[in-house]
Design a protein around this ligand. Structure first.
Ligand code: B12
Length: 468
């Protein structure tokens, strides 16, 4: 199940109706030997009472709860509390990015029997078999209590993604997801509906300081079989009328064996005829050949992460392997020349970053030539190098070992600026850069499908959201 995020924050500011590929994938792994029901309390907007009725009526032996981010971590406590209050004998298994990265915190909650660290497909399969009295207790990927101590196994990583089944979309009303926009304002909306989100590779070798991907999926990039990915898209087209795909991979261009070239070539050869966008494409790996293949295979636009417009910050703080910032506008131009849109991400407010360096990033963002610019506040996610850096420098604005996450505000300060300065700067510069002329606004309208008036509302909401 996915909890309803509104159980934590009534005013989420966004809908977050996400394609539950993870739930369907996990269901595929166990449906052969247990009955499975998927409950997406977020999408169905279930109240706590509704969810309680689900448990009372279905009477499960096991409930798996998935949590994509630590931002909504309280919803895990709410969901597990409801399950146990119906029947304390139900085994509660929690997994997802939040559990993988913060299992020490998660396991403080006695309602959770098992936490899953890492990629849970085989861990879940083996655990359920074991609990059903058929098989060995898993030796990796689990965290659980043994008396007063917490047993922590190694993270589970699946080396061969080719062994995984397709998600069991037949267990849900998948059509409903394929026509729902995941967010109110999202320049990266699906190019066309019905659409599907896909993660076809896992892992990223870069290890940028702010990112948890290394802790979750590791540095080695593993990929599915490109032919199988295209087969799945063809199946989804036939079964659900899919017309576009969002590739959500961590760092798809770093997958070995020319994965991307093969994927795009097969898409072209099989005349797949869908439109697609990519969420995280490493700008410096984009060659002319790749860009041509992307265009021909149906790409509409991509998101590139530059992070900082200052050399020192990139090298010494972010540790991102961008060697030549000067080439960024040229590369973005190559993307846009092919009539693909380009969204660029930046982060401000790193520990030790000076106010002038931050202004340089804003200036760079404005001039880099992207169609739309996202500016994020540096958030020290637990166990990241950024978190450690902020702790070491004593610039973390919280006493808690497990800082709460809110993407609108940082928790970092410096002698020159406070976290509030960064939040305000981010909101107003985002507004100024993206909405400063009618050409940009027209492009955004085209990319988002929103009206001029709707854009105004979103801009106002962003300012109103600045609770200072
Ligand atoms: C794709 C993606 C998205 C997609 C959503 C995909 C979807 N579900 O439709 C989009 C772009 C919408 C998105 C949004 C956000 N994301 Co995101 N996203 C990712 C990304 C790149 C991959 C996640 C994924 O689908 N992986 C593949 C699936 C199969 O893996 P999985 O869901 O983790 O599940 C596996 C295990 O976790 C485990 N598991 C999971 N649940 C369960 C349950 C049980 C019972 C068991 C046994 C096992 C288990 O087994 C699964 C199979 O291996 C990750 C990075 C990463 N590598 O994880 C970031 C990441 C998860 N996102 C992140 C963030 C910050 C966000 C946003 C908050 C961004 C923002 N500021 O708006 C939002 C929040 C959305 C929300 N509602 O919570 C951060 C989270 C950090 C944190 N600790 O909180 C990550 C880690 C990126 C990072 N750079 O650090 N995201």
């Amino acid at each position: 199940m996915y909890p309803n995020l509104r159980w934590q924050k009534e005013d989420m500011g966004t809908t977050w109706n996400l394609n539950p590929a993870t739930l369907c994938l996990l269901a595929s792994m166990v449906r052969g030997f247990v009955d499975v029901k998927i409950v997406d309390a977020q999408f169905q907007n279930l109240s706590r009472e509704d969810f309680r009725h689900e448990i009372e009526n279905y009477k499960p032996d096991y409930v798996g709860i998935s949590i994509l981010t630590s931002e909504y971590r309280d919803t895990l406590d709410v969901a597990s509390e409801i399950v146990k209050s119906v029947n304390s004998n139900i085994t509660v298994i929690a997994g997802g990015v939040h559990v993988t990265t913060m299992y020490e915190y998660v396991m403080k909650n006695n309602n959770i029997n098992f936490g899953v660290i890492g990629e849970g497909e085989y861990v879940l399969q083996d655990l359920i078999k074991f609990l059903n009295g058929d098989g060995e207790f898993p030796t990796e990927g689990l965290v659980y209590r043994k008396g007063d101590t917490l047993e922590v196994q190694n993270r589970a990583i699946i080396h061969d993604l080719k062994s995984l089944p397709w998600p069991a979309y037949d267990l849900i009303d998948f059509n409903a997801y394929t026509v729902t926009n995941p967010r109110d304002f999202n320049p990266q909306r699906p190019p066309e509906s019905p659409y599907v989100r896909m993660v076809t590779t896992r892992g990223c070798p870069f290890g940028c300081v702010f990112c948890q991907v290394d802790l979750i999926s590791g540095k080695s990039v593993r990929s599915r079989d490109p032919y199988d990915v295209v087969k799945e898209i063809e199946f989804l087209k036939e079964q659900y009328g899919i017309r576009s795909v969002i590739f959500d991979d961590d760092n798809i261009l770093m997958a070995g064996d020319d994965y991307c070239k093969k994927l795009f070539t097969v898409m072209i050869e099989r005349k797949i005829n869908i439109r697609w966008i990519g969420i995280a494409f490493a700008l410096f790996l984009l060659t002319d050949e790749l860009l041509d293949l992307m265009k021909e295979s149906g790409c509409v636009g991509i998101n590139v992460a530059i992070e900082s417009g200052n050399k020192r910050v990139l090298k010494q703080i972010v540790k991102k392997p961008i060697k030549n910032l000067g080439k960024v506008p040229e590369l973005i131009d190559k993307i846009r020349k092919r009539d693909l849109y380009c969204i660029a991400n930046f982060i401000i407010g790193f520990p030790g970053e000076t106010w002038d360096e931050i202004r340089e990033t804003i200036d760079f963002a404005e001039k880099c030539g992207a169609d739309y610019v996202k500016i994020f506040v540096a958030v020290p996610l637990y166990k990241t190098k950024l978190y450690q850096m902020a702790m070491n420098l004593g610039v973390l604005e919280c006493d808690n070992e497990f800082p709460e996450i809110d993407w609108r505000y940082g928790k970092i300060r410096s002698n020159e600026w406070t976290s509030k300065d960064i939040s305000i700067l981010r909101a107003y510069e985002w507004d100024r850069i993206n909405f400063n002329n009618s050409e940009r606004i027209d492009k955004l309208i085209k990319m988002t499908g929103l009206t001029r008036d709707e854009l105004k509302v979103i801009r106002k909401k962003t300012r109103d959201n600045l609770i200072l």
